[in-house]
Every structure is written in structure tokens, then in C-alpha cells.
Design a binder for this molecule. Structure first.
Ligand code: SF4
Length: 416
């Protein structure tokens, strides 16, 4: 059994922004309303004790702690000081990587100084140029947050600390988006595909067009960015592209979106509830809820949660189509939440299946065409063609998912 390596601590269950696409508050699930607003120091202490036991038992030497929310900065500076002290005192023989994902609107010099002192890496969510960012990432009074976020990013550069996380927005032209990021001068950023599934599709998808030939709006957008990026001699690191390139080159890597590794990520809610990654919440109300709580259970108990099992092994618990797909080792069937449908549960390819085939083929061909033949031969790398792969996937799959796996994937269906 592989380990949980990343714990996402929901230290605040409320937010000072009201982003329209937020999976916490505006998609599918309202159970946050019954949560305490903030995580208590008692919960942090109990979690640290259980984490110490977990790491000793699993012989884990590294753990990532991600402070998240809601908006994690609502938790206050003193809480961060105390929490880091508790972790580093109670959990022995473990190296920590502390990180925070924030909307950035409250970041000041003092906050950055504190994060530097506590060794907490800061990631800021940002959605491109002002006009677009302000359409989605708004305060509760409807006012956009762009100016404050840009100020926070600028400030962060002085501390060597700001990384940007953006959700792909097809309404922004790729060149405009890339230029915006370049203007901000950050060393790295990451791109996320929007949350959504077959029965709650992102804005740009029509139900009948999902995974139909040449309907690949996300691949087309990302390929345009890729083309600009690769010719930029002073390019920032784009994590999504880097991961895909590493996977194409045969490296064993990946994350919740791609690759074949296990998803060693768990969430601790403000009340101590121990759950699966919260972006799965966009599937339906309460899907991540279970009866596990750090005050009454061990971290190991999470392995018995049926949703956690599917999430943890999601790149190996896939449907028949993915098993026969030539790019399965790279795509990994996609992010679990993007595979959901009310009818089939998680027994589907991702809604971005065609986009992934086209994007991966494009990057793979780019790599193959830039390498000498003998290197390609040693890597067993050859050109991939979107149309051919799509045709191949139309054939009846000869490889079938094991019945037990299929039943587990389907068990989350809302249709009896
Ligand atoms: S590209 Fe589609 S069929 Fe292939 S692994 Fe990804 S989701 Fe599955």
C-alpha cells in the first residue's frame, strides 16, 4: 500500500471571494454550511499526533501540508505560527513541505515575511487579464479582485514566493493569457481544466458534443499556449506541460489529473473530518462525506472509505476504453471528478478525453520530431495521431476492467 503524502488542511470553511465556478461553494455541494468556520488548534494537535503515528507505521519521511480553504488567510497569523510549531514538535523524523493556496487578496509584506519565516510556499489563484479574472473571481459585493491579486503577486516576487494557478478559460485568447502571465513576471504557473462532469459540464461544452470528433476546445487552446511557450527563450515553467512532457519521455510522474501514480492526497475539514480531495464535491451533494474524523479515527481508516479507494487508485481504476487507449499511461483516464456521470458513476473516460488525445499527440509529435531517430528508438517513442487513436477507441475494447473494479466505479451512480 502506498502512502498518503499530501494533506490538505481546510483551515477556514468560508471565503472572502465568491468565485462563480468554485467547487466548494457554487457547484453541487452545500455541506460546508454545517462546518465550523475555522479549524481549532485542538484539531491541529490531534491531527499532528495521528500523523506522527501514521508516518512511523508507514516509514514515511516526507509529508506535504497544504493550508487551504475557503480562504486560508482568514485563519490569522498567530494560528500559522502555532500550527507549524505543533507539527514540527509532535511529528518526529519527518521533513515537511508547507504550502498554501490563496486567492491572494489579503497578502501583505507582513504575511509574506511570516510565510518566509515559517517556510510556507504561496500559490495564488488568478484567472488571466482583468476583464476575465473579474468576471469570475469576485468579492461578495460583486467587485472584481484583479487589482488586489496583481499587487499580491508583485509583492510576492520580492520574497521569491508567488506561483500562479489558473483555471483554463476559453474566452481568453491563448496569446493574451500568456502575455498576461509574462507581464506578471512569475517564474512558474499551472493550468487546471475546469471542474465539471457529464451531467454538469463546463460552460464551453455542449452535452452532445462531448468527446465527439474534432470537438477539442481545451486541447486547441492549450496547444496554442504550448506553441507560444516553447519558442519563448525566457519562458516560465508551466507545470501541466512539464508533467506531460516527462510522462511522454517515460518518467514515472503525475498528479490528480494525469499519469498512473496513486493519488496520495487527503483532506482534513475544519471539524476534523477526514475526506477525499474536495474537488470531487462538484459531482453531487455530500459525495465526499463519510463518518471519519481525526478525533475518533486514525489516518489509516481512510483507506476503508470506498470513495477514497477509488480516488487513491483512480489512475488504475479506469473504464474499458481507457484500458485500451494508446495514451493511457500519460492521461491515466484523467481527473476522477471529470469522469463522473449520474448514470455510470465514475465508469467513464474523462469529459476531456478527446482534448487529452489531441494535446498529448501534439506534444508527443513535437518531441519526436525534435529528437534524433536513434533517441526516439531508444525511448520507443513514435508519432501519435488524434484521428487514428479516436478510431481505435471506437473498436470494442478487448481489455475489460475487472468486474470488481467496474462495480466500484459504478457504485457512485445516482441511477438505481
Ligand atoms: S485519453 Fe480518453 S480513453 Fe485515453 S486514457 Fe484518457 S480518458 Fe481514457
Amino acid at each position: 500500500m502506498e502512502n498518503i503524502v499530501s494533506f490538505v488542511l481546510k483551515v477556514a470553511s468560508r471565503c472572502n471571494l465568491n468565485c462563480s465556478y468554485c467547487y466548494m461553494y457554487n457547484l453541487g455541494d452545500k455541506t460546508y454550511l454545517s462546518q465550523p468556520k475555522f479549524m481549532s488548534m485542538e484539531t491541529i494537535t490531534v491531527f499532528a499526533q495521528k500523523l506522527h503515528t501514521y508516518c512511523q507505521e508507514k516509514k514515511a519521511r516526507y509529508v506535504q501540508i497544504v493550508f487551504h480553504g475557503g480562504e486560508p488567510m482568514l485563519w490569522g497569523k498567530e494560528n500559522y505560527k502555532q500550527a507549524i510549531e505543533i507539527f514540527t514538535t509532535i511529528v518526529k523524523d519527518v521533513d515537511f513541505g508547507f504550502a498554501m493556496q490563496t486567492n491572494g487578496v489579503s497578502l501583505t509584506h507582513d504575511w509574506y515575511k511570516l510565510f518566509k519565516e515559517l517556510n510556507i510556499r504561496v500559490g495564488i489563484s488568478m484567472d488571466g487579464p482583468k476583464e476575465h479574472h473579474d468576471r469570475y473571481r469576485v468579492f461578495h459585493n460583486g467587485k472584481g479582485s484583479y487589482e488586489k491579486v496583481v499587487k499580491a503577486i508583485e509583492l510576492g516576487k520580492q520574497y521569491g514566493m508567488s506561483n500562479i494557478l489558473s483555471v483554463v478559460n476559453l474566452n481568453i485568447s491563448p496569446s493574451e493569457f500568456y502575455q498576461e502571465v509574462k507581464n506578471l513576471g512569475v517564474p512558474s504557473f499551472n493550468l487546471l481544466l475546469p471542474d465539471g462532469h457529464y451531467d454538469n459540464l463546463p460552460d464551453s461544452f455542449e452535452k452532445l458534443k462531448v468527446n465527439t470528433l474534432h470537438h477539442t476546445p481545451y486541447a486547441d487552446w492549450l496547444i496554442e499556449i504550448f506553441e507560444i511557450w516553447k519558442t519563448d527563450s525566457d519562458r516560465p515553467m508551466i507545470r501541466f506541460f512539464r508533467t506531460l512532457i516527462e510522462l511522454i519521455m517515460g518518467e514515472q510522474t503525475g498528479d490528480q489529473m494525469v499519469g498512473r501514480l496513486t493519488n496520495g492526497v487527503a483532506v482534513l475539514e475544519t471539524n476534523g473530518a477526514l475526506e477525499v480531495s474536495d474537488s470531487i464535491r462538484a459531482c453531487y451533494e455530500g459525495i465526499t462525506r463519510n463518518d471519519l474524523n481525526i478525533h475518533t479515527h486514525s489516518i489509516d481508516d481512510l483507506y476503508n472509505d470506498p470513495l477514497f479507494e477509488v480516488f487513491f487508485h483512480s489512475h488504475n481504476m479506469v473504464n474499458d476504453t481507457c484500458l485500451t487507449c494508446p495514451i493511457y499511461d500519460i492521461c491515466g483516464g484523467g481527473f476522477l471528478g471529470n469522469r463522473y456521470s449520474n448514470e455510470e458513476g465514475f465508469d467513464n473516460p474523462t469529459i476531456y478525453c478527446h482534448d487529452m488525445i489531441k494535446l498529448v499527440s501534439h506534444i508527443q509529435n513535437d518531441i519526436v520530431n525534435s529528437l534524433p531517430d536513434e533517441v526516439c528508438a531508444s525511448l520507443d517513442a513514435s508519432e501519435a495521431h488524434y484521428e487514428e487513436i479516436v478510431e481505435e477507441l471506437k473498436e470494442i475494447s478487448l481489455i475489460k476492467a475487472h468486474d470488481e473494479i467496474k462495480n466500484k466505479l459504478k457504485s457512485f451512480s445516482l441511477v438505481c
